[in-house]
Write a protein that binds this ligand. Structure first.
Ligand code: PAF
Length: 285
């Protein structure tokens, strides 16, 4: 696996592959790699002749009170992991390469960025949309892969690619979970062992809300109230628990007439967990 650190070297290497007609898959990451990222790489390998992984801890998507400073950075371990999974190229730019002096452009996806995580992490999705736009323009992949665990992010990236006419397909990859259901996340490493034992309750509650609403689509308000109570009782500090349209994230009062998603974020101690499940009412299957 080659490692490149400049946009010029990235473009140089990709141009050769593109000239020989090879399909290119892009997996943007911030490092801290786990099996969820490997699922994105595997999806890329099954669709594309070449897979490029980017590793960049993007400062513009962290608020001043967030964990930019402590975000796990273990570059050589990450590169070893990627090398052994058949990745062709890793792009690992420095901050100054991505954000040169006087960088002053922001990509904002209105509407989709505003609720859910966007309401609690101000500016977060502007940072994500800006860096992802840059990565897509730098690499011009045929397909780019994003995990469904960050469902709002996935829809935002899909929308920005469409709105900016970027000739790339954005593919969502199902969430990878621990045997007890907890979604894999780089931030799970922050959980104490006592918190780790409680964490699967988060998934249990979300899954239960989704399953109940598939049988009783009109019970959204009741289920949200129940879910918040259960999570609080288990020791979570709930940031949001909502049911939204699965395509445009519009709030819904009932889950019966279109695919929906239950989405939540909650703190367990100092660790912020997010997750989501599809709600597919029987009438639509
Ligand atoms: O999901 C992530 O790891 C990041 O938000 C992304 C998409 C790599 C942009 O920095």
């Amino acid at each position: 696996m080659r490692v490149v650190r400049t946009i010029a070297d990235l473009r140089d290497r990709l141009a050769g592959w593109r000239r020989s007609g090879e399909r290119l898959g892009l997996v943007p990451t911030m490092g801290a790699l786990h099996a969820g990222h490997m699922a994105l790489v595997e999806a890329g390998r099954s669709d594309c002749a070449r897979v490029v992984v980017t590793i960049f801890v993007n400062p513009t998507q962290f608020a001043p009170n967030e964990d930019l400073g402590s975000y796990p950075r273990r570059e050589s371990a990450h590169l070893d992991m990627l090398g052994s999974t058949g990745v062709d190229l890793a792009f690992v730019p420095a901050t100054a390469e991505m954000y040169p002096p006087q960088f002053s452009t922001l990509v904002r996806v209105g509407g989709l960025s505003e609720g859910l995580c966007g309401a609690h992490r101000l500016g977060h999705f502007d940072g994500v949309a800006t860096v992802v736009s840059k990565l897509l323009i730098q690499a011009l992949p045929d397909i780019a892969y994003f995990g469904e665990k960050d469902y709002q992010q996935l829809l935002i990236v899909r929308r920005l690619a469409r709105d900016l006419d970027l000739p790339v397909q954005i593919k969502g990859v199902p969430t990878v979970r621990e045997p007890d259901g907890l979604a894999l996340s780089s931030r799970n490493a922050y959980l104490s062992s006592a918190e780790r034992r409680i964490a699967p309750q988060f998934v249990r509650v979300l899954r239960s809300v989704a399953e109940t609403l598939e049988r009783e689509p009109a019970a959204v308000a009741r289920e949200i109230e129940w879910g918040r109570r259960e999570l609080t009782r288990a020791g979570f500090d709930v940031e949001y628990l909502e049911v939204r349209d699965a395509v445009d994230l519009a709030p819904v009062g009932a889950a019966g007439s279109r695919p929906c998603r239950v989405l939540a974020a909650a703190y367990l101690g100092r660790t912020r967990l997010i997750d989501n499940f599809p709600i597919m009412p029987a009438s639509l299957t």
